[in-house]
Design a protein around this ligand. Structure first.
Ligand code: ZN
Length: 312
């Protein structure tokens, strides 16, 4: 556990995949500590957290989950067992958490969805296999307290941060932004289109980056990587990055219909492992859908699936 800013503690937890770590934060408060995020629910997650919590002077009063991705929500139930503290999670985010981790049919939904976006049948199986490796390591807490943007948690304002996950939330107070995976540096957070999610995640993300930049926070504490000084500047750099990626996406289109899978090759290269291709396809689709809304691409949908042409 490291002390970083204004008495805030940072807990760095291991991830078996890149970037190799995820940060949780402990925020000091009037009545005890608020833990933000929980790490992946690896087999030793509870023992690891027990050791970390010994260093914390005072009780944990609540656990905030910023979003339902496995490296953030995964050990929530372990932390509840250790602390007896309630979990607070975004209202929309918890719905998606239950949909993805609580349902039996999510893999089937993904299979159909990737197939309709041009992924060949044998490749779909590889992509889905990669996705379900995390399932045993997600122990979310059922029926948490629901948070909405604008709520206040022990003095911290809850801020919407859609894009990386539709219902992702951040905490903002005293010039500090607990940023989850909304603003990372040097990583560019993945912004993918997924089934049964909001229709324009990249549009949501760009809007939320503008809003985050307007906060003019002094420092952002991200889910991965070191604290970010001048987070507004980083938010604007991410906006510029996606403008370039939108241009590259438009340039990959022509008069012949191409699927999201097809377009992921010029955008992300030919040589990706299945797990990376899965995110590449989802990210390509978020850019294609934004282009459609901007008039830079056209979507063609028929019984074989979804494809795109240039907008002209
Ligand atoms: Zn993350």
């Amino acid at each position: 556990m490291d002390e970083i800013d204004g008495g805030i503690r940072r807990v760095t937890l291991p991830l078996p995949t890149r970037p190799g770590h995820v940060h949780a934060y402990a925020l000091p408060g009037s009545d005890g500590w608020t833990i933000v995020d929980t790490g992946l629910g690896l087999p030793d997650a509870k023992e690891r957290w027990a050791r970390e919590l010994e260093e914390l002077p005072g009780p944990v009063r609540r656990i905030v989950v910023t979003h339902f991705h496995p490296d953030h929500v995964g050990a929530a139930a372990d932390l509840v067992e250790l602390t007896d503290a309630p979990v607070a999670q975004g209202r929309l985010d918890y719905d998606q958490c239950r949909l993805v981790w609580g349902g039996e049919d999510w893999a089937d939904v993904l299979v159909d969805w990737f197939a309709s976006n041009g992924v060949p049948a044998d490749v779909v199986r590889e992509l889905i296999g990669q996705g379900s490796v995390y399932r045993p390591f997600v122990r979310y807490q059922p029926d948490p307290e629901r948070l909405d943007p604008g709520d206040v948690v022990d003095g911290w304002r809850v801020v919407a941060a859609p894009g990386h996950a539709d219902g992702q939330l951040m905490l903002h107070g005293d010039g500090v932004l607990v940023a989850a995976d909304h603003i990372l540096d040097p990583i560019s957070p993945t912004v993918g289109l997924w089934p049964r999610s909001r229709p324009d995640p990249l549009g949501d993300y760009l809007g939320a980056l503008e809003a985050a930049a307007a906060l003019e926070a002094r420092i952002a504490l991200p889910g991965h990587g070191e604290p970010i000084l001048e987070p507004s500047r980083r938010a604007r750099a991410l906006i510029a990055h996606h403008a370039e990626r939108l241009d590259a996406t438009a340039a990959a289109l022509g008069p012949e219909p191409l699927s999201g899978y097809d377009v992921s090759f010029p955008l992300f290269g030919d040589d990706l492992k299945p797990a990376a291709r899965r995110f590449a396809v989802a990210e390509t689709l978020s850019h294609l859908e934004r282009l459609v809304l901007e008039g830079g691409a056209r979507r063609i949908e028929d019984d074989r699936g979804v494809a795109y042409t240039s907008g002209a």
